[in-house]
Design a protein around this ligand. Structure first.
Ligand SMILES: O=C(O)CCC(=O)C(=O)O
Ligand SMILES: [Fe+2]
Length: 353
């Protein structure tokens, strides 16, 4: 075994503590049957559910959902396709490599907070093409588009992903309705930001076994920048969430066929900090490989993200300056691409002191 590449080594304070893994049941598990069995138009039947969602968003920023309505067969299809794709040679995978001008496709050198992640990914945009700004320069109005790559193998890869994507979108809209109701807003309050030109994407993650699980991470600590993330993790486990109550890292126990949902930075801003986007990271394992599939629900690039008028007033003024989502996204993507000297863009850069 050779020396570990220093690019993967976390600073001592961010290294995982392998001796005290806190695996908790604590992350709320929420049964979505009230909305998968009924129409969401009857708010009285879902009052309890809305309350549960609200408490989970406030106390954890993370929860799991069951009876979510996503057919298990579609999840199994995409999981199988993902395994087949990553089992190919590096040379094959690199035929669909991501490029700086169109960051969909295969990629194995992502950095989070300037440390390389022990993983490989395949990204696929929900809209093809996805409209985005050319640069993050605020004076540059040019718009370009990102397009997806289609690997030759496994067969029907694109169809399998697209079928699954439709289910992720459906579930995202339902969850956003519940979140809106939990904030005392109209159920469809957030829909307008996504219905046209959303910039959402799905990511296939593969975390190979890692001989240095005490030094490296599958994904370094971070917060998700979008509105919502819907994550399918396999039975290996490794996702850790920073518990709001005491700032301890706790492991999210895999629950078969459940999805892990987390509130992203955009909901934090819309809700003017009522709901916070919570830090999380992924530990690697010296024996087992792990697969996961997050879906990142992102609005149209021209969305101006700012605290909602309904949730701000004189006593509770806006805590953020408005920012343009597309510019934020493009800035983020550029910094994932390579190690940089400065920290990448974060919502606290827009915080009103
Ligand atoms: O693989 C996981 O469990 C989570 C991955 C993640 O947090 C991300 O890709 O943003
Ligand atoms: Fe994440």
């Amino acid at each position: 075994m050779g020396e570990v590449d220093p690019a993967f080594i976390q600073d001592p304070q961010h290294r995982p503590n392998l001796s005290t893994i806190i695996q908790v049941e604590g992350i709320p598990i929420i049964d979505l049957s009230p909305i998968t069995n009924h129409k969401l138009s009857d708010p009285s039947s879902i009052k309890g559910l809305v309350k549960e969602i609200g408490s989970a968003c406030k106390e954890w920023g993370f929860f799991q959902v069951t009876n979510h309505g996503v057919p298990l067969s579609l999840r199994q299809n995409i999981e199988k396709a993902s395994r087949k794709f990553f089992a190919q040679s590096l040379e094959e995978k690199k035929k669909v490599s991501r490029a700086e001008t169109s960051p969909s496709g295969y990629y194995d050198t992502e950095h989070t907070k300037n440390v390389r992640d022990w993983k490989e990914v395949f990204d696929f945009q929900a809209e093809d093409p996805t409209l985005v700004p050319v640069t993050y320069d605020e004076h540059d109005d040019r718009v370009t588009h990102w397009t997806n790559q289609s690997p030759q193998y496994p067969p029907n890869f694109r169809d399998i992903i697209q079928e699954y994507l439709q289910e992720m979108e459906k579930l995202s809209y339902k969850l956003l309705e519940l979140i809106a109701l939990s904030l005392g807003l109209e159920a469809k309050r957030f829909e307008e930001f996504f219905i046209k030109d959303q910039t959402s994407y799905i990511r296939l993650n593969h975390y190979p076994p890692c001989p240095y699980p005490h030094l490296a991470l599958g994904v370094g600590r971070h917060k998700d920048p979008g509105a919502l993330t819907i994550l399918a993790q396999d039975e290996v486990g490794g996702l850790e969430v920073k518990r709001k109550a005491d700032q301890e890292w706790v492991r999210v126990k895999p629950t078969p066929d459940a999805y892990i949902i987390n509130v992203g930075d955009i909901i934090q801003v819309w809700s003017n900090d009522l709901y916070e986007s919570v830090e999380h990271r992924v530990m690697v394992n010296s024996e087992k490989e792990r697969f996961s599939i997050p879906f990142f629900f992102f609005p149209a690039h021209y969305t101006e993200v700012k605290p909602l008028e309904e949730l701000t007033n004189e006593e509770n003024p806006s805590k953020y300056r408005p920012y343009n989502w597309g510019k934020f996204l493009v800035h983020r993507k550029s910094s994932n691409f390579k190690k940089q000297s400065e920290e990448n863009i974060q919502i606290y850069h827009y915080k009103i002191a």
